[in-house]
Design a protein around this ligand. Sequence first.
Ligand code: G1P
Length: 288
Amino acid sequence: MKVKKAVIPAAGFGTRFLPATKSMPKEMLTVVDRPVIHYNVEELIEAGIEDILIILGRNKEEITNYFDRSPELEMLLKSKGNVKLLEMTERVSEMANIFYARQKEAKGLGHAVACAKSFVGNEPFALVLADDLVYSQTPCIKQLADAYEKYERTIIGVQPVPEKDVDKYGIIDGSALDEHVYAVNALVEKPALNEAPSNVAIMGRYILTPDIFDMIDQTTPGKGGEIQLTDALRLLKEKEDIYAYAFEGKRYDTGDKLGYLKATVEYALRDGALSEQFSAYLKTLFEK
Ligand code: G1P
């Protein structure tokens, strides 16, 4: 079965980016010329997904405004004959069918995903965590969705991380089935190094089936007192096989200051109009 729907939770407070996120959603932080969530939506469209549910928390109106039409701006650009910018602005509001739901209380990622239950219905769906940007030849979600079509199992996107970082991620243990695919044996949310089953981390990309919703209902608060998706996936694993997919691509954690800076510099260096001047400028910084 093809994956046609996707969910992007965008309800978190963004405490790692205070004070900027006091009045601005972290998903609207800009990498070069577009907000992080724009890249997530582009990834989904390139993977053939057009129906996208964004789960909002309070103070996230800027996200809905961003994907809406901007009549005043469009009129101004039209009157000035600025066709290129006009088309760019209109394209953002037409890029996908975007729907919204509100997570009324900040009770964790599992709880946020549960808000997607009626949107999802009886189909598999992609889940993209907005903090994570993945730069790859084949869109990360497409890699996972293709694996889903082959195996028809829940698929979790993973990559190895340095051992010192295992306590920042959901960590899995798996047995290799083929070059990229593992059968998941264990899942732990943000374990201490001595309790981590491996250094293979969940990277904010999943293909889930509607079975996850019953598991979330049965999940009690875990790490940080929150309903954790990783805990719901562990319950699911007791009932059916779930797989992990080691995707190709460079992943950036834009919810973290250093990760965000890395993304900004590297996306600017890949930008045709900026790369030459920007790399020349960066070199001058290290010439002294
Ligand atoms: C979430 C998930 C975690 C995953 C991480 C990836 O944690 O709970 O399993 O490894 O995203 O970015 P968060 O970073 O939102 O606390």
